[in-house]
Design a protein around this ligand. Structure first.
Ligand code: NAG
Length: 237
């Protein structure tokens, strides 16, 4: 333990030199509605009573304490959806876009930023321009796929997201390109597909995939189901 104290002072000096430099930085991607676990590094003897979890985002840079002394803070807005694992990881249940941001696991005993584990959690969502019950052939629909990051919706400027791209993929795994049938708009982390459905599109799956450095990380999909398959335009006999 004495050794740990001896290393603390040079670390603090280094901190002054390298202001803004932090400990370990990770990034994680998750679909809206899924559950996720964020790892806490540097935990000694699994003693979670010495850790705290902080959550921040560019839109609220003053971090919110979600976990203190290893316990979920009851007054935290989303406390019901949070729990702490045996290894001090933070579990988030039923992720929403609001859960995106930077999560810092800090060990209280030596509160130096070099022992922090920062995880940038980005949340993938899919949304439609119309209610599901209004889906019909011959009607144009826009399907928006967005990555919600620490910087906001569809913003992935930062280093950890620099190689991230979203794409629309059809059922055969082919990447959709803009053409007479499909219109693709938006920046690389907020892509919108406009398509006029045809009868054959009933029960068809539209998939949005997230790749990082060319590797597929996660995907989210939507199935176009025409309620009742009303052939409203069929001639009346
Ligand atoms: C997940 O959260 C959303 C939005 O808060 C809610 O509508 C939905 O019912 C939740 N799902 C589960 C399984 O808890």
């Amino acid at each position: 333990m004495a050794g740990a104290h001896r290393t603390l002072i040079p670390l603090l000096i280094l901190k002054l030199i390298n202001a803004g430099v932090h400990g370990k930085q990770l990034s994680q991607y998750v679909n809206e509605g899924a559950d996720v676990s964020l790892l806490c590094d540097n935990v000694v003897n699994s003693d979670c009573s010495l850790i705290m979890w902080l959550h921040s985002r560019e839109s609220f840079p003053n971090a919110i304490q979600e976990v203190f002394n290893g316990k979920v803070k009851v007054n935290s807005k989303r406390a019901k959806k949070r729990s702490v694992g045996a290894d001090c990881s933070l579990h988030i249940h039923n992720v929403t876009a609001e859960d995106a941001g930077r999560y810092t696991c800090r060990i209280l005993k030596h509160q130096n930023p070099f022992s922090d584990t920062d995880t940038y959690l980005s949340v993938l969502t899919i949304s439609l321009s119309t209610l599901l019950t209004y889906l019909k052939p011959d009607r144009p629909v826009t399907i928006r796929c967005s990555l919600h990051t620490n910087e906001g919706r569809g913003k992935c400027r930062l280093f950890h997201n620099s190689e991230v791209h979203l794409s629309w993929i059809d059922e055969t795994g082919r990447k959709l390109q803009g053409d007479s049938r499909y219109q693709l708009t938006g920046p690389r982390c907020d892509i919108t597909l406009t398509v006029t459905f045809q009868k054959e599109d009933n029960n068809r799956k539209w998939m949005c995939t997230l790749t990082e450095k060319g590797n597929m990380k996660i995907s989210i999909d939507f199935t176009s189901t025409f309620s009742g398959m009303c052939y409203c335009y069929a001639p009346i006999i």
